[in-house]
Write a protein that binds this ligand. Structure first.
Ligand SMILES: O=c1[nH]cc([C@@H]2O[C@H](COP(=O)(O)OP(=O)(O)OP(=O)(O)O)[C@@H](O)[C@H]2O)c(=O)[nH]1
Length: 666
C-alpha cells in the first residue's frame, strides 16, 4: 500500500467525517484527506451487554454514528456524500468499558482503575459508501473494522491523579486521558497503533481504502462479501438499545460490564447539558410498561424515561434546591446581558472609539473622553466593557493609567473604513432594530411588526436616512459577498442580474472573481439614484445599474439571476410573483443563485435567523429544503447548496429543460 495514492483516490469525492472529535479531524487532515465535518447526532445509547466483546460495541457505535449522518445529509444538507466515516473509541480494563468521564469523580474512578495496569484501547471505525440511484434513493454499503492498542499506565499517586484531573484534560477523552498531551506522562508503554489511542487508526483505515479502491471490489462489485447493504444487516439503533428479555444484571461481579450502571447509560442523551449530567449518576434501572425504561438517579433525585423509539422523553427532577452549575449560570447571564453588550458596541461605534483608537492607538480613558466628547467616568466604563467583550485591549506600558487599542476584531470589522466594516450595519442595529426590539412584547402578542410604533421622525424619508439604510445593507453585503460569489463554479454564465442588488456591493465582488461575467444591478429608482455614493473608485463597466420594481417591471435578460437576502422578506404569495417573473425571463439552463440564512429543517436554528424573524414585517425565514421546493414550482431545480463561512448559505438552482449550460460544483 502506498499512502498518497490511497488518499488521492478520494480527491473530488464528498468525504464526510461524522465526528466532532478535534483529534480525529486533525489526524485525517494531517494525512492530506479533504473532508467535511458533520458531527453525528447518534445518541450513544447501545446496551453494552448485548455485545459479546467490547470492540463489537465500539464498531456498532461507529456504524450508527456514520449511518445517522449518511441518512441525514440528503435531507438536511441536500447533498449525498460519497463516503461517511464514523469512529468510536473505548478503553477496557478488568472487563469494564470506559468511555468519556462525565465529571471529575468519574475521571478519578477511571484513572485509578487504570493505574499500574495494562489496558486495551479499541477504536471501531465504520466507512459508509453512499450510492445515489436514479430514483433519488440511496444505497449504503458498509465497511467496518476495529483496532486494538495495549497501553500500560505507571502507578499513579493520588496527588498525580488529582493534578491531572484538575488540568481538565480527561473530560472529553475515552478512559479519561489524552495520550497525546499531559496524559502521555502517565504511560509506561504502548503496544500497537498510537493514533488508535488518540481516536483514529489511520494505518488500518488506509489499508481499508486500499482494499476498497485498489482492489476494486466495492463500487463495481456489490456482491462482495465485505460489503453489506445496510438495510439487510444493521439493526436499527433502538433495537440495540433494548436489553434482551433474559439479560440479567450481574451486580455482584464488579468486573461484569453490566455491574456498573454507568455502562448502560449514555452521557450524550438529551439536548441540554443538564440532561447529560442527570444520566451520569444513575444507579438503578427498571423496566416500565410500554417498552419504557426508567432510570432512577438517586443522587440527583431524578427519573428519566426512555421510550423504545425516542430516547429520553422526560426528566423529572424531584429536588430543585441543589447548587446551580457554573456553566448553566454563565449561559443564562450571557443571554441576560446580551443586550448590554450590543448597546456597548453600538455606543462605542457611534462615538467613533474604534476609528479614534485606530488612528491614535494607546490613548487612556481621559484622552478618549476628551476626543469623543464624553465624561471621563463614562468613557472609562465603556472602554473597560469593550475590553471585556474582546473589542479593545490595554497596551502594556509603564504609566499607571491603562492605554487602549483595538483588537483584531475591531480593526477588521468596527472601523468605519475597514474593508469588511460593519459600521453601517451597527448603526442600523442601533437606530432601527434596537427600537423595534424594545416593542417585541407587543409584536409577539399582536403578531405584527411594530414598525409604525417606532417613533417616526419627520425626515424619515430624507436622503440621509435612505443613505444610512443603504450603508447598512452595503456593509453586510460586503462581508458576505466573497463567500456567495465563490460558492459555485459560475464560469458557464456570462450575464447576471442582481435583483435588489442595492449599492452593487455583491455585483462588484462577482465580477472580481468571475472574469467573464457582467452584472446588472436591478433596484428601485431611488436606490439606483443613490447607489453612486457607494461605487468603488475605479468602476468597471461590467457592472451596470437599472432602475425598476421587480414586482411590476420587466426584468433585464440574464443567464444568472442573483437574489441575496431578498426572499426571506417576502410572503409566499409575493415570492411566487417574483419567482414567476424570473422564470418567465429565464431560458432552460439559466441559473438562480440564492443567498439566505438557511434554517435547520427542524427550525431549531441558527439563532441569527430566528432572532431576525422577530423583527421582520412580513416574509419568513425558511430552510434550504423549503426554498428548494418553492423554486421547484417555478421550474428551478436545486443543483447545489453550500453552507458558507459567512452567515448566509448559498443555493444554486437551474431552470429545467433542454440546456446547453451546465454549471459545475466548485
Ligand atoms: O488518548 C486519547 N484517548 C482518547 C481521546 C479522545 O477521546 C474521544 C473518544 O470519544 P468518542 O469516540 O465517543 O468520540 P467523540 O469525541 O465523542 O466524538 P464523536 O463525534 O466522533 O462521537 C475522542 O475524541 C478521542 O479523540 C484522546 O484525545 N486521546
Amino acid at each position: 500500500m502506498v499512502l498518497n495514492p490511497v488518499i488521492s483516490k478520494l480527491v473530488g469525492k464528498l468525504v464526510v467525517l461524522a465526528s466532532a472529535s478535534p483529534r480525529r479531524q486533525e489526524i485525517l487532515r494531517n494525512a492530506g484527506l479533504r473532508f467535511e465535518v458533520v458531527p453525528s447526532w447518534f445518541k450513544e445509547t447501545l446496551s453494552k451487554e448485548l455485545f459479546k466483546a467490547p470492540y463489537e460495541y465500539a464498531v456498532e457505535t461507529a456504524r450508527q454514528k456514520a449511518l445517522e449522518v449518511a441518512r441525514r445529509m440528503p435531507f438536511k444538507h441536500l447533498k449525498t456524500p460519497d463516503m461517511v466515516i464514523g469512529a468510536d473509541t473505548i478503553v477496557t480494563v478488568d472487563g469494564m468499558i470506559l468511555e468519556k468521564p462525565v465529571d471529575k469523580h468519574d475521571a478519578y474512578r477511571m484513572l485509578s482503575s487504570l493505574s499500574g495496569k495494562e489496558h486495551s484501547v479499541f477504536t471501531g471505525v465504520a466507512i459508509v459508501l453512499c450510492h445515489e440511484k436514479e430514483n433519488e434513493e440511496v444505497d449504503y454499503q458498509l465497511i467496518d473494522f476495529y483496532e486494538e492498542t495495549k497501553v500500560k499506565f505507571a502507578d499513579l499517586s493520588e496527588d498525580m491523579l488529582w493534578e491531572y484531573i484538575n488540568s481538565g484534560e480527561p473530560m472529553d477523552k475515552a478512559g479519561g486521558y489524552g495520550i497525546q498531551a499531559l496524559g502521555g506522562m502517565l504511560v509506561e508503554y504502548v503496544h500497537g497503533d498510537f493514533l488508535n489511542v488518540v481516536g483514529f487508526p489511520l494505518n488500518h483505515f488506509c489499508k481499508k481504502l486500499d482494499v476498497i479502491y485498489n482492489h476494486r471490489f466495492l463500487f463495481s462489485d456489490k456482491t462482495s462479501e465485505s460489503v453489506r447493504l445496510i438495510h439487510n444487516c444493521v439493526p436499527s439503533a433502538p433495537e440495540l438499545t433494548q436489553k434482551p428479555p433474559n439479560a440479567r444484571e450481574d451486580k455482584s461481579n464488579p468486573s461484569s460490564p453490566s455491574a456498573s450502571p454507568a455502562h448502560k447509560l449514555k452521557r450524550k442523551n438529551g439536548n441540554s447539558k443538564a440532561s447529560e449530567r442527570s444520566w451520569t449518576l444513575v444507579n438503578s434501572l427498571s423496566k416500565g410498561t410500554d417498552g419504557e425504561t426508567k432510570l432512577h438517579d438517586s443522587e440527583n433525585k431524578s427519573t428519566s424515561i426512555i421510550s423504545r423509539d425516542e430516547g429520553i422523553k422526560l426528566n423529572v427532577t424531584a429536588e430543585e434546591d441543589s447548587e446551580p452549575k457554573k456553566e448553566d449560570l454563565q449561559r443564562i447571564y450571557e443571554l441576560l446581558d446580551g443586550f448590554k453588550a450590543s448597546k456597548a458596541l453600538f455606543t462605542a461605534s457611534k462615538l467613533g472609539v474604534f476609528d479614534l483608537l485606530h488612528s491614535k492607538p494607546g490613548l487612556d480613558a481621559e484622552q478618549v473622553a476628551q476626543e469623543v466628547k464624553a465624561s471621563v467616568k463614562g468613557a472609562e466604563c465603556l472602554l473597560e466593557a469593550c475590553v471585556s467583550l474582546g473589542l479593545l485591549r490595554t497596551k502594556e506600558r509603564t504609566c499607571p493609567k491603562p492605554a487602549y487599542e483595538n483588537t483584531d476584531l475591531a480593526t477588521g470589522f468596527l472601523r468605519s473604513d475597514a474593508g469588511f466594516s460593519l459600521h453601517g450595519y451597527i448603526q442600523h442595529c442601533n437606530d432601527t432594530l434596537w427600537p423595534l426590539f424594545s416593542h417585541l412584547e407587543s409584536a409577539v402578542k399582536e403578531g405584527t411588526s411594530q414598525r409604525e410604533k417606532v417613533k417616526k421622525s419627520k425626515d424619515d424619508n430624507s436622503q440621509e436616512v435612505k443613505l444610512r439604510f443603504m450603508n447598512a445593507m452595503h456593509s453586510s453585503a460586503k462581508v458576505a459577498a466573497k463567500a456567495i460569489a465563490t460558492a459555485f463554479d459560475l464560469s458557464s454564465y456570462k450575464t447576471a442580474c442582481d435583483l435588489g442588488g442595492c449599492t452593487g456591493a455583491m455585483a462588484y465582488e462577482f465580477i472580481k472573481v468571475h472574469s467573464e461575467l457582467s452584472v446588472t444591478v436591478f433596484d428601485l429608482p431611488a436606490v439606483v439614484e443613490l447607489s453612486e455614493y457607494f461605487h468603488p473608485q475605479h468602476t468597471d463597466n461590467r457592472v451596470s445599474f437599472k432602475a425598476g420594481d421587480f414586482f411590476k417591471d420587466e426584468l433585464p435578460k440574464a443567464d444568472l439571476f442573483i437574489l441575496v437576502r431578498i426572499l426571506h422578506d417576502l410572503t409566499d404569495e409575493k415570492l411566487h410573483v417574483l419567482l414567476s417573473k424570473i422564470a418567465a425571463a429565464s431560458t432552460p439552463g439559466c441559473g438562480l443563485l440564492l443567498g439566505e440564512i438557511f434554517l435547520e429543517e427542524d427550525r431549531s436554528g441558527p439563532s441569527c435567523g430566528l432572532l431576525q424573524a422577530l423583527s421582520m414585517s412580513e416574509g419568513k425565514q425558511r430552510s434550504a429544503a423549503e426554498y428548494s421546493r418553492l423554486l421547484k414550482r417555478h421550474g428551478f431545480i436545486t443543483a447545489h447548496v453550500k453552507h458558507t463561512n459567512s452567515l448566509l448559505g448559498a443555493m444554486l438552482c437551474v431552470k429545467a429543460g433542454t440546456t446547453t449550460a451546465s454549471p459545475a460544483h466548485s
